[in-house]
Design a binder for this molecule. Sequence first.
Ligand code: HEM
Length: 203
Amino acid sequence: MAALSFSLPYAPVLNGALRRVPPWAVYLAGTLPLAWIVWLLFHNGLGVDPVKEIEHRLGKIGLQFIVAGLAVTPLRRWGGLNLLRFRRALGVLAFCYVGLHLAAWLVLDMALLWQQALGDIVKRPYLTLGMAGLVLLLPLAATSNDWALRRLGGARWRQLHRLVYPAAVLGGVHYLWLVKAWPPEPFVYLGAILVLLALRLRR
Ligand code: HEM
């Protein structure tokens, strides 16, 4: 039986245009949100609590890159849009922003009080979940290069990189857990993550 396939109306045109975009351009574009945060910092644009604002913005951007990376396969399978060449850049950027998010918390919020930071990570479930998500991203970041891909072999490398699925869920639940009221945004992120994962089950 022929596989059911869909295609976004302008997918072939977009694919043609995207073939001319080098992956380094995605890395470069990915630094813009960070540059924007730095610009806001030096122009008093981060509100009354700049530390919280920096922390929040970095965490949100990290989550957005995780979602973008997860969307690559469903977009190709269900929309005919081929963004595979950019997936590594999206993953590396996600890891960098989540790493900066942790660093901002450790340096600006916890003033490098390691014992207290560790105690908080153990005591507060939303921090435990976030940390677990980051730890799962570590081996992915470490093997996001051609050398590691060759050493591991395609099958094992792909298997290892499925760790992004639980990492994304942990990141989404971390966000949902820390909000006090029930704003829609964390539900939208977690919902998007779950839908993108569920689409993988439907081949
Ligand atoms: C996959 C890993 C992670 C993701 C995707 C993530 C994402 C997020 C997001 C989206 C927010 C809320 C931003 C907003 O409200 O606009 C947030 C807040 C926060 N995250 Fe993370 N995070 C991760 C890991 C961590 C880790 C490892 C830590 C520290 C151990 C951490 C500490 C915090 C803190 C302290 C807040 C702010 C809480 C508050 O407002 O009181 N996160 N994170």
